[in-house]
Design a protein around this ligand. Structure first.
Ligand code: ZN
Length: 253
């Protein structure tokens, strides 16, 4: 698959880190590839991404991987607030409210091709293949609830928590640990674990609307039920499994 270099964005600067360790997936929310090219390459908009993938599976390289493209905005992941400096941004030609409202087969295969290439090149961990909504859950919803995370998980291109042997980590031990740390409500435990996974929980701690947005961002990525209050237990179980997976694999940098 060839990359297209005919369009370049002037919107970038120097990275403040030499490590590229995160990939952020976005959608453009614009109605066509030509509007997206125009928008991302126009100086006045002050936004860009390294790559843009069209509905027909064409991959446009708009900013050199060496440079810091401007796609993440105000964001947070595991303490890092300058995601643009440590990531590659991929925009998808998709808008939930226009004709390009499907993640087409061609777009998906181009994305898989590009992810494979980047993951290999930069040795990016599957945990760090994220959506814009993961790193800015209170502001952003892209790549949206219909983005095929499952497809990426099946190809080992993004992370999904694995079932673990609960004999190794029995409930009473976890509960004792939560009690010791004064995490005595489901909400507190949920927020603690989401923060450990990587999410910014600052606004969710203070306000129920933001808390729901955070749960929605997590649920959209890990394909859970939308309404936290109807499916509290189920969502909690997945977050707990995710948390335990990370603790047990003990491979965090
Ligand atoms: Zn975005």
């Amino acid at each position: 698959m060839k990359l297209i270099h005919n369009f370049k964005s002037p919107n970038f600067n120097e990275r403040k880190s030499n490590n590229i360790e995160i990939i952020i997936i976005h959608y453009t929310a614009l109605n066509s590839i030509s509007s997206s090219l125009k928008y991302l390459c126009s100086k006045k908009n002050k936004v860009s991404s390294h790559y843009l993938i069209s509905q027909s599976g064409k991959i446009y390289n708009l900013v050199s991987e060496k440079k810091r493209a401007w796609h993440a905005g105000q964001s947070y992941w595991r303490g890092n607030t300058d995601i643009n400096s440590t990531s590659i941004g991929i925009e998808l030609d998709y808008s939930p409210s226009e004709k390009n409202n499907k993640f087409s087969l061609k777009l998906n295969s181009a994305l898989i091709f590009l992810l494979n290439k980047l993951i290999k090149k930069y040795k990016i961990r599957s945990e760090n293949i994220l959506g814009h909504s993961d790193i800015a859950p209170y502001r952003k919803v892209d790549p949206g609830k219909n983005f095929p995370w499952q497809m990426l998980e099946n190809k080992k291109l993004s992370y999904s928590p694995q079932l673990i042997n609960r004999v190794d980590f029995p409930n009473h031990l976890i509960n004792k640990w939560f009690q010791k740390n004064k995490l005595n409500s489901i909400k507190k435990k949920t927020l603690f674990m989401l923060n450990f996974i990587g999410y910014d929980i600052s606004l969710a701690l203070k306000n129920k609307i933001y808390f729901n947005k955070l749960i929605e961002a997590y649920s959209n990525h890990y394909k859970l039920y939308k309404n936290y209050y109807y499916n509290k237990k189920k969502i909690y179980d997945v977050i707990e499994l995710h948390f335990l997976n990370l603790i047990l694999t003990n491979n965090r940098k």
